[in-house]
Design a protein around this ligand. Sequence first.
Ligand SMILES: Cc1ncc(COP(=O)(O)O)c(C=O)c1O
Length: 361
Amino acid sequence: MIEKLVKEEIKRVPPYIPGKSIDEIAKAYSLPEEKIIKLASNENPLGASPKAIEAIRTHAAKVNIYPDALAGELRDALSRYVGLPSENILVGNGSDDVMEQCAKVFLSRGDSAIITPPTFSYYKILITMYGSQCIEVPLIEGDAEYAFDAEALLSAATRAKLLFLCSPNNPTGNLIPEALLREILEKEAIVILDEAYAEFAGTSFAHLVKHHENLIVLRTFSKAFGLAGLRVGYCLASEKVIDYLARVRQPFSVNLLAQVAAMAALEDREFLKQSVEIVREGRKYLVEELRKIPGVKAFTSQANFVLFRVEKPGLAEELLKRGIITRGCESFPGLDTRYIRVSVGKPEENRRFIAALREVL
Ligand SMILES: Cc1ncc(COP(=O)(O)O)c(C=O)c1O
């Protein structure tokens, strides 16, 4: 009976598969929680800024009051951080939320939207949820890194209403070349450029929103700022696009504690700097060590994770038995159980991961 009532597009929505949690693995493998390290969800190895935690404590007693619906102060602080006016900024309950507002505004039944697999799975979920057709333009696997298929993308872009581009891309870690992005922006489609990991790459194309009305850049506090559990994301776009997105967002989508913590995190530049440094050093270490192991192919990454491929399928499971949670990539279209994504952890976690990997292989 329910089946008949559910919308057809919702029946087609693929499931979102999150990384495994520490308590789940502790129970499944009878391991003490403190022995487990989680390198599966690209979280910040340093935790969150102490200033952000302090701001949450200070404001905890004010949660009987609604937050600022427009998050004006947070948008002003973001404006100083990204160097764009606050009229070009919209905040949401994580960048996933902002992404959904983009789909709401632009995608209808019968539209087409592009993704570049393997990539972040929520794009396809949204495209399907809004009844649109998903055009897949796969990335090309190179010897040392992945690359966008420029020719195929430019050709598909003329047939699509919207493109989801992720740079650095999750799970492959590669950036989109500026020239290709600029060429795509010349087409009429909306370009959603997901820069969740931009701080680790040290480059962003956010400034291009000043010249391209069809560009929406997504950013988040979940990665370099270490606030994944609070859920704060934002997008940068032309005033016109922001105006439409604002019509469909929930007024209070960013809660009071999230707003004050995000503002405090933006002020703690020292924590941000340390977070980026620990990731860049750990990433270099992981890629170098992975490339020393025979039969392992590690891909160059600009993000806070590294994708690698081994001959032996099912390695992620073997690592789990040793208390190390990585992300087996079989759920990413185009990849299989030989591909594993490991988040950059603290130096000792990275060393433990490499030692365990050597032991298993
Ligand atoms: C590419 C990409 N975009 C967006 C997100 C979600 O970010 P948020 O926590 O801001 O919703 C993730 C999370 O892993 C991601 O990898």
